[in-house]
Ligand binder design. Structure first.
Ligand code: 5GP
Length: 120
């Protein structure tokens, strides 16, 4: 079972404006901002505004409109950043084995260089 959502996680604080972030995009359902420790020239995180621990929690509990809006926002962020032509990678870590560090769902967007075959 997924752990309960912790309102003190760092992305909850970013959503509440308690700690700053370099915002890329925001709408009713999603916020996108630059990763503080980028692993590629472009490294953006897209998060839903709802209280979801992970992709698993989100896809189990969120309603269809919320899921659709979030997925569409991820696509829009990449498109608006000009990443479609050169290409980009999406990644979400879910749970301890994946090395998920922040317990609020986030999708990574990596771009701006030739990425390797996998991020091991
Ligand atoms: P995870 O390992 O959970 O998939 O990824 C967490 C990501 O959040 C890491 O890439 C890390 O650099 C980023 N991160 C952690 N704390 C902060 C923060 O305070 N601000 C921003 N913008 N990114 C953060």
């Amino acid at each position: 079972a997924t752990q309960p959502y912790d309102d003190d996680n760092i992305f909850a604080k970013i959503l509440r404006g308690e700690i700053p972030s370099k915002k890329v995009y925001e709408d009713e359902h999603a916020l996108a901002f630059h990763d503080i420790n980028p692993q590629a020239p472009t490294h953006i995180l897209v998060i839903p505004k709802g209280r979801y621990v992970s992709w698993d929690d989100f896809t189990a509990k969120a309603d269809d409109a919320e899921i659709a809006a979030f997925i569409r926002a991820v696509g829009k962020v990449a498109r608006d950043a000009g990443l479609v032509e050169p290409g980009y990678r999406l990644l979400a870590n879910i749970g301890p084995d994946s090395h998920q560090e922040v317990a609020h769902l986030h999708v990574h967007i990596f771009a701006g260089r030739k990425l390797g075959p996998m991020l091991a």
